[in-house]
Design a protein around this ligand. Structure first.
Ligand code: BGP
Length: 464
């Protein structure tokens, strides 16, 4: 059976500045750089982001390899901590301007669309320590200023901008479940941070509308969408899944596409005494600065059941898990290395949800991928990693994307996480995701079987 895609489909791959560039010539530490400095043992094998995949030095060769595997789109991010010298004043660093200009120009020269994200978890640590990071409206203002600088500097050539990557992961990681610095557990602050990031995104969009003169230019946000499925059809489990979807998906989807937070969620947060502080002016700004385009990161679904009494009583002040518990569905198909369920059909559910409930806004898969450890197990005699599991993973996800498109979904592209094996937050280099492997000791990069396969798919705009 042939699976076909629309003309001009984006065949891409995604990374981020902090995970690929390395800290070479960088001015400021971000929250992860800092965390690694003070607690290296929190990171797998004690490997930090200092070298990453050396993109700062090898961007030319890396982009050439991306071309070789057929990519027509490359999503990465501009590091605030690299671009801005004086965080309060917003003065730019000339070396960083040179670097990002060179990356953008190289992509364009190779016929690859540069898709730029502004914040990929990498808040400059000074803003966390001095102002409380995303708890602070001052940081919201500084972000809008940083965004404006980017639009002025690079907006003539970059047509596709994204404000934040996965805001929910910042909220979850830094304020609820302790996997992002500063590892606070505080439900009320978490809710305020969700709001402040929404406001920061809207302010950046407002700045874009003023600055942009490129008729093809558009701006959006990248959300990690994780459809939540109930363990059973009992009213309690259905209610648990309903709340999980409100919190994990509808919160940022509603705010960014409609300028409205879901009223039902607002009422629950209000009743629980944790609703954010906002002003009428801010709410108006959010309402009038919605996105043009949506990036969807999808890795795994969420299975939930009604909360147990113990998890209720564990909730120190307020936790979203007051309303649901994780459910380990027997027999579910797992990527055991990463510990995530593989359920490609969820992408179809996402496609129809966006079509039916979010005005069928144009969207693309901005990240999807399979992290596998010790991939050298799969090296063949020619030195190529035979990652057939990744080919199968991509095929199955693309199948459901294509089906969604056939049913009217407005999806225009697919990006694998990631083009070249890169550094990953706390997991460092444990799980590899790339089309291209990277020997972290020698920085020798080699195309995997999936990269060769993808080239053909991208060229033919279809696969069998
Ligand atoms: C996403 C992030 C990426 C990337 C990916 C893989 O949530 O946007 O930055 O890291 O997950 O996850 P991990 O690196 O934890 O294996």
């Amino acid at each position: 059976m042939k699976i076909e895609f629309p003309k001009d489909f984006w065949w891409g791959a995604a990374t981020s500045g902090p995970q690929s560039e390395g800290r070479f010539n960088k001015q400021h530490a971000n929250v992860f750089d800092h965390w690694y400095e003070i607690e290296p043992e929190a990171f797998y094998d004690q490997v930090g982001p200092d070298t990453a995949s050396n993109f700062y030095n090898s961007y030319k060769q890396d982009i050439a390899m991306m071309k070789e595997i057929g990519l027509n789109s490359f999503r990465t991010s501009i590091q605030w901590s690299r671009l801005i010298d004086d965080l309060e004043e917003g003065t730019v660093n000339e070396d960083a301007v040179r670097f990002y200009n060179a990356v953008i120009d190289e992509c364009l020269a190779q016929g690859i669309r540069p898709v730029m994200n502004l914040l990929h978890f990498d808040l400059p640590v000074e803003l966390q320590e001095k102002h409380g990071g995303w708890e602070s409206k001052h940081v919201v203002e500084l972000f809008a200023k940083f965004a404006s600088q980017c639009f002025h500097l690079f907006g003539d050539r970059v047509t596709d901008w994204f404000t934040f990557n996965e805001p929910l992961v910042i909220v979850d990681g830094a304020y609820l479940y302790q996997f992002h610095y500063p590892n606070i557990v505080d439900g009320k602050k978490a809710v305020q941070v969700a709001y402040n990031i929404t406001l920061a995104s809207a302010k950046a969009i407002a700045a874009y509308r003023e600055i942009n003169t490129n008729p093809d230019g558009r701006i959006g946000i990248v959300l990690n969408l994780t459809p939540s499925y109930p363990a059973t059809n009992s009213p309690e489990d259905l209610a648990a899944a309903h709340f999980a979807n409100l919190w994990m998906n509808d919160l940022f989807l509603g705010a960014s596409t409609k300028g409205q937070f879901p009223q039902e969620l607002v009422s629950i947060l209000e009743k629980d005494g944790v609703l954010w502080e906002s002003t009428d002016d801010e709410m108006r700004l959010i309402e009038t600065n919605t996105i043009d385009v949506l990036g969807v990161n999808f890795y795994h679904p969420n299975r939930v059941k009604q909360p147990s009494i113990s998890s209720n009583s564990l909730a120190v002040d307020w936790m979203p898990t007051k309303y649901f518990d994780d459910y380990e569905m027997p027999g579910r198909r797992m990527n055991v290395d990463k510990g995530w369920e593989i359920y490609p059909k969820a992408l179809h559910d996402i496609a129809l949800n966006i079509r039916d409930n979010y005005d069928n806004i144009p969207w693309f898969v901005s990240e999807n991928g399979m992290g596998v450890s010790r991939e050298e197990r799969y090296l063949n005699e020619e030195g190529v990693i035979e990652d057939d599991y990744r080919i199968q993973f991509i095929q199955e996800h693309l199948y459901w994307v294509a089906k969604g498109i056939e049913e009217g979904s407005n999806c225009f592209g697919y990006h694998l996480w990631t083009p070249i094996d890169c550094w990953s937050w706390k997991n460092a280099y444990r799980n590899r995701y790339g089309f291209i492997s990277n020997n972290i000791h020698t920085q020798v990069k080699t195309i995997k079987k999936s990269g060769h396969w993808f080239k053909k798919v991208a060229e033919e705009n279809q696969f069998d």
